[in-house]
Design a protein around this ligand. Structure first.
Ligand code: HEC
Length: 118
């Protein structure tokens, strides 16, 4: 679990998101098995093993494995609503239902063990 090299600012955001989550936000209950089947459209960018793209000049893609499920759902909803503006994630999130988001979040949240050290 010590492989999380969070950028300080990202760590702050994550902490803030967790506090928000503790304040009573409940994600729809997700099914990690169904979620896994939906990751084919995410894996190209969010490879589970490494959380940066191999190309030096390419965008650093956030690691999803091990993130809190409610944080992932919140992030996806923010892309869908336009609150977050990254173009490729907005396009992806626009096609996801609440259930898709919950399933994907359940899968990625459960992935912390497998993604460590790979
Ligand atoms: C075309 C590449 C691409 C694809 C495909 C893609 N993502 Fe992303 N994703 C990104 C990038 C780049 C970011 C960082 C964007 C930003 O800075 O807002 C991101 C951010 C995220 C975040 C926010 C993470 C954080 O730490 O704040 C989540 C959650 C996420 N993606 C989930 C998914 C899911 C689930 C899928 C599949 C349904 C998916 N993404 C498909 C490139 C992609």
């Amino acid at each position: 679990m010590t492989d999380m090299k969070l950028h300080p600012a990202l760590g702050m955001m994550l902490a803030a998101a967790l506090i928000t989550a503790a304040g009573g936000l409940h994600a729809a209950s997700g099914d990690p098995v169904a979620g896994k089947q939906k990751t084919s459209m995410c894996a190209g960018c969010h490879g589970i093993g490494g959380y940066k793209t191999a190309f030096p000049e390419v965008y650093s893609v956030p690691k999803l494995g091990g993130q809190h499920a409610s944080y992932i759902v919140k992030a996806l909803q923010a892309y869908k609503s336009g609150e977050r503006s990254h173009p490729s994630m907005r396009a992806i999130a626009a096609g996801l239902s609440d259930q898709d988001m919950a399933d994907l979040a359940a899968y990625y949240a459960a992935d912390s063990v497998k993604s460590a050290g790979k």
